[in-house]
Ligand binder design. Structure first.
Ligand SMILES: [Ca+2]
Ligand SMILES: [Ca+2]
Ligand SMILES: [Ca+2]
Ligand SMILES: [Ca+2]
Length: 433
């Protein structure tokens, strides 16, 4: 015996094998004696048969600490919440090979780790096995991964997982996020419709995930982590930003379904109505940048009417979204739907995205319906009728980009592979329109 007694069997587990192990760190090359003891417990009268098999001493050599990283050193700092065991992470390279990972963390503790990586593109994924992220209902966990060029990935509040992509290369001083710093490089210096066309090239290679995957996006990334901060579905037609919601949706459970009143279920709203682009045509029909989780009933009230400012409402949702006749200041007469101020800019930037992503096909869409004609002007560059340009710019300026939209844009990028340029660079709107 070199280290006392270790590794007891469970006396209540009978008639089956139990594995018992103990590791011992020797201070020098030496011989070690291993002994086994059998205790007389209840029911053990000295005539029992005990089998011992597969005794396997193994040696592990701990490598000496590396004498400094010869490539690029990244530093991970991870602070767990009250459920540290739920947190894990992986780092994969451009061949999708996992090169580092971590799990099994103690709760409410901070772990620091240094990673030595070669030049490549990487995906850093943080996972939460329970699906409630690392913050802030049960403690305040967070993580950040930094390289010589600054922060490559950071976060705290998410659901099941959060992913970050970045590139380590000698040309950029050792680590910059792929998004969005390099994303718009080819548009540098451009303005006007030349800028818009270049943005079109940059964002046009996205991979449609299909309309059913929109449910998954909502489940993963369209949650209220901002207002009630209760992880319910963030529904822009029912959310009351400064008071308690009348309607609250549990992700997945409350997917539509049929509805007869507001509050019955949430669905996938094409903020840019699908009839305007000819129906269920991909990739428009499943493009997450203009599809939002909204109350099914309110969505049906909105129908395919243009967005606008309402003079006199015939219907008002629980958060004040209105359907009614257009305000005279709008320079449009007809029925319009007016979202609340908090989300007007969100929808405006979704429209600027549509005008840019689909500039190669959008000029014919005004022929599809009465309302697409009311909104679109038949051009590939300006895209919108003058009253719409004026209104969207007004909404864009009055409701600037916030953390909700930034997080959604990043999630959309990870979901389908392209970004909304007007969330990343709000100044592009003025430069183009
Ligand atoms: Ca809410
Ligand atoms: Ca609220
Ligand atoms: Ca907003
Ligand atoms: Ca028109």
């Amino acid at each position: 015996m070199v280290d006392g007694y270790h590794g007891y069997s469970d006396p209540f587990t009978l008639n089956q094998w139990q594995q018992i192990s103990h590791s011992y760190t020797a201070t020098a090359n030496t011989s070690i004696s291993v002994g086994l003891r059998f205790y007389d417990d209840t029911g053990f009268d000295g005539n029992e048969v005990v089998y011992i098999d597969d005794f396997q001493p193994t040696t592990t050599t701990t490598p000496p600490p590396p004498a400094g990283c010869q490539n690029t050193e990244l530093n991970l700092s991870l602070t767990t919440d009250n459920y540290g065991a739920e947190t894990s992470w992986t780092l994969t390279n451009s061949s999708n090979t996992q090169i580092a990972s971590g799990s099994g963390y103690a709760s409410n503790t901070t772990h620091s780790e240094s990673l030595c990586v070669v030049d490549d593109s990487y995906t850093f994924t943080v996972l939460d096995s329970y699906g409630d992220g690392m913050c802030c209902s049960y403690g305040n966990g967070s993580y950040s991964l930094t390289g010589p060029g600054g922060t490559l990935a950071s976060g705290s509040s998410f659901t099941s997982q959060q992913q970050h992509t970045f590139t380590i290369g000698s040309d950029n001083g050792g680590g910059t996020p792929t998004d969005p710093s390099q994303y718009y490089a080819s548009a540098a210096g451009l303005t006007g419709y030349a800028l818009k066309s270049q943005l079109h090239s940059i964002i046009s290679n996205h991979q449609s995930q299909g309309y059913s995957a929109i449910w998954q996006f909502i489940d993963q990334s369209e949650r209220d982590n901002y207002f009630e901060n209760d992880n319910s579905v963030l529904d822009r037609y029912s959310e009351r930003p400064s008071s308690n919601d009348a309607v609250s949706y549990v992700a997945v459970t409350n997917q539509c379904g049929t509805y007869s009143v507001e509050g019955d279920c949430y669905n996938r709203e094409h903020s840019f109505p699908k009839s305007w682009f000819g129906g269920k045509i991909e990739p428009m029909n499943s493009d997450i940048h203009h599809i939002f989780a909204t109350d099914g009933y309110v969505n049906s009230k909105r129908s395919n009417f243009p967005f606008g400012e309402v003079a006199s409402a015939s219907y008002t949702s629980s958060n004040g979204s209105k359907l009614g006749s257009a305000a005279t200041s709008l320079n449009y007469s007809g029925t319009v739907f007016e979202p609340i101020d908090q989300f007007k800019g969100d929808f405006a930037r979704a429209y600027f995205y549509m005008a840019t992503r689909y500039e190669d096909v959008i000029s014919t869409w005004q022929n599809n319906t009465e309302y697409s004609d009311a909104v679109l002007n038949g051009s590939a560059n300006q895209v919108f009728e003058p009253w719409v340009v004026a209104m969207l710019k007004r909404w864009h300026e009055a409701d600037p980009v916030d953390a909700i939209e930034r997080a959604r844009n990043q999630a959309a990028y990870e979901f389908q592979g392209n970004r909304n340029p007007f969330v990343d660079h709000p100044e592009f709107v003025q430069q183009i329109w």
